[in-house]
Design a protein around this ligand. Structure first.
Ligand code: FES
Length: 231
């Protein structure tokens, strides 16, 4: 082999090595682009937050047999708070009679449910909103605190964990978990408890406390809550 052809061989070997290096580099860079492309199209995994703990009232300002409206844990979930005048399983306060529930009907997600107090206050002339409730419904369960759904006449018992007394709902109301500070007499809202409310994003009537938290997923959580007295 001549001196010249030996030189050419050396040059082409160097070219092949350089070419191999460039090819490998492009492959690695290509993988990087694919990875970043995949990253950009894969939806981010949202972490379900903990229930916010929020002061909602001082017990001195809560009248018995009166309904108070608020929203929790987001502005889309309407809730009701009532001092029922009777000790109940989920009640808080010195008399264990203050309860709260999500107001959404568990049958077909009706949001306009109505509080019916016991008969001592069940007078449509005084509580004009009761005029929208059929008289025969007002005669039922006269001594109870009720939540009534005008859509298909469901009646829930607010003294018994929101259980269904009549009508088509599949399960009791979703409970709002309250805490009472007997030093300051403040009432706090600290979460929701199963069954899950009939809202999109959760399984209707789910008893899974963790799944219930999905109603907060990707939503703006409230940091303060105002009670509105309903008249
Ligand atoms: S939506 Fe309430 S009873 Fe049907």
């Amino acid at each position: 082999m001549s001196h010249e052809s030996k030189g050419e061989d050396k040059v082409s070997k160097e070219r092949r090595t350089t070419l191999k290096f460039i090819t490998s580099l492009s492959f690695v860079m290509g993988l990087g682009s694919v990875a970043s492309l995949l990253k950009s199209v894969t939806p981010p995994v949202l972490e379900i937050p903990e229930w916010p703990r929020i002061k909602i009232a001082n017990i001195n300002n809560i009248k018995p047999l009166t309904w108070y409206l608020f929203t929790y844990p987001t502005s889309e979930i309407p809730c009701i708070l009532v001092k029922t005048g009777k000790s109940t399983p989920y009640g808080i306060g010195p008399d264990k009679d203050i309860v709260a529930y999500v107001m959404i009907c568990q049958h077909a997600r009706y949001y306009g449910t109505i509080y019916i107090p016991p008969r001592e206050k069940r007078d449509p002339a005084k509580l004009t909103y009761l005029k929208t409730v059929p008289p025969n419904v007002l005669e039922l369960y006269p001594d109870k605190n009720l939540l009534y759904c005008p859509a298909h006449a469901a009646i829930y018992d607010l003294e018994d964990g929101g259980s269904v007394l009549s009508g088509p709902p599949f399960c009791s109301l979703c409970k709002v978990v309250l805490e009472y500070d007997d030093t300051t007499r403040d009432i706090y809202v600290v979460g929701l408890a199963p069954p899950a409310p009939a809202v999109p994003g959760v399984t209707l009537c789910s008893k899974d406390a963790e799944e219930l938290k999905r109603i907060m997923l990707g939503k703006k959580l409230l940091s303060e809550v105002t009670l509105e007295e309903k008249i």
